[in-house]
Design a binder for this molecule. Structure first.
Ligand code: NAD
Ligand code: WQD
Length: 338
């Protein structure tokens, strides 16, 4: 039996493929390489001594999915493939709904046809919209998303919930990631954003390496301890182990689950800068600018359901997250292109 990983060449996907191979699972990847390169998986092979089967194909391509399901004995699907840039989703809503929503529908249909009934879906804390309270537990209201990316995740969760009622033999887990950061400790795989990064940690690390001049801190007048935004940053290897735990516990509980993957601890932008400066032994040049539209003051998880349902907790500290990010950045100043 093999695990099919859609989007497995990407940032979170490649770290999860590595964790799966390390524990002896067979892995098949489908990725159109629209936001990644084959090099990530070549490095996974270098680190594990094992080779995942890669199909360079699109999840919108039914024929490609049919071929994969007929050639391989797939037991479970971990579905990372999708577009993830909030700003781009506002400019290109149709692309986002097509990739993220239609892509998932096509995948589900092909799973149904092939009799594969276990799915883990990459959801996001973004489904909570503007948090009604922190920490955010799964009981909190979802909705009120402010961009097509977030709405696409919300829609897919709803589709999966409805689908699970119609197909009770399915086992579906939506994992709501908080803010994934960090890299494999080897420094061989990590996050390789296209162009100027939108997210805080890749931006800080490109300032540290001298590719970018100065970090703009988006607002210091939030109702938070130091006035800057607070988030729940989680090491990508903790996320990867969360997926393994979800596979192991799929048969327990209800056919549809939505579970937060976070640390349960919030850090501010200034906390991140300080932790990165310590890890990289360098000063991060920054300036305070206006708030970024759409940002919320605080977003961090109540992660107790993951512990209860999956027996999983995040174990890596902020210092480890920053150390591993820096190790990846300094060894690969141009990402996988270096
Ligand atoms: P990523 O862009 O690095 O990985 C996504 C992968 O999917 C890429 O390799 C890309 O080439 C591939 N892909 C995109 N569209 C495809 C398609 N139609 N067919 C085949 N392959 C396709 O992103 P990531 O950070 O690894 O995120 C993985 C998943 O987790 C995404 O669904 C994302 O929305 C979700 N997520 C990410 C974050 C985050 O901050 N990184 C937070 C919450 C949720
Ligand atoms: C973190 C903090 C910013 C950049 C996004 C998506 C979310 C999820 C994860 C996928 C905030 C501040 C940032 C910068 C800054 N992705 N910041 N200067 O916005 O919490 O979440 O990624 O599902 O859906 O919205 O992450 O890293 O962009 O921002 O001051 O140059 O850093 O204001 O407080 P965010 P982020």
């Amino acid at each position: 039996m093999a695990i099919l990983v859609t989007g497995g060449a990407g940032y979170i996907g490649s770290h999860t493929v590595l964790a799966l191979l390390e524990r002896g699972d067979d892995v098949v990847v489908i990725d159109n390489l629209s936001n990644s390169s084959k090099t990530s998986l070549e490095r996974v092979t270098e680190l594990t001594g094992k080779v995942p089967t890669l199909y360079v194909a699109d999840i919108l391509d039914k024929q490609a999915l049919k071929e994969i399901f007929s050639k391989h004995n797939i037991s479970d699907v971990i579905h990372f493939a999708g577009l993830k840039s909030v700003g781009e989703s506002v400019r290109k809503p149709l692309e986002y709904y097509e990739n993220n929503v239609v892509g998932t529908l096509i995948l589900l249909n092909e799973m149904l046809r092939a009799g594969v009934n276990s799915l883990i879906f990459s959801s996001s804390a973004t489904v909570y919209g503007n948090p009604e309270k922190v920490p955010l537990s799964e009981e909190c209201q979802v909705g009120g998303t402010t961009n097509p990316y977030g709405t696409s995740k919300l829609m897919v969760e709803q589709i999966l919930r409805d689908f699970s009622h119609a197909q009770p033999e399915f086992r579906i887990t939506c994992l709501r990631y908080f803010n994934p950061v960090g890299a494999h400790a080897s420094g061989r795989i990590g996050e390789d954003p296209n162009g100027i990064p939108n997210n805080l940690v890749p931006y800080i690390s490109q300032v540290a390496i001298g590719k970018l001049e100065c970090l703009s801190v988006f607002g210091n007048d939030y109702p938070t301890p130091d006035g800057t935004g607070v988030r729940d940053y989680i090491h990508v290897l903790d996320l990867a182990s969360g997926h393994l735990a979800a596979l192991d516990h799929k048969a327990e509980g209800s056919p549809f689950k939505a579970i937060n993957l976070g640390t349960g601890v919030g850090y501010s932008v200034l906390d991140l800068i300080k932790a990165f400066e310590k890890a990289a032994q360098t000063k991060i040049n920054y300036q305070i600018v206006a708030r970024r539209p759409g940002d919320v003051a605080e977003c961090w998880s109540d992660s107790s359901l993951a512990k209860q349902e999956l027996g999983w907790i995040a174990t890596r500290s902020l210092d480890e997250m920053m150390r591993d990010t820096w190790n990846w950045q300094k060894n690969n100043p141009n990402g996988f292109g270096s």
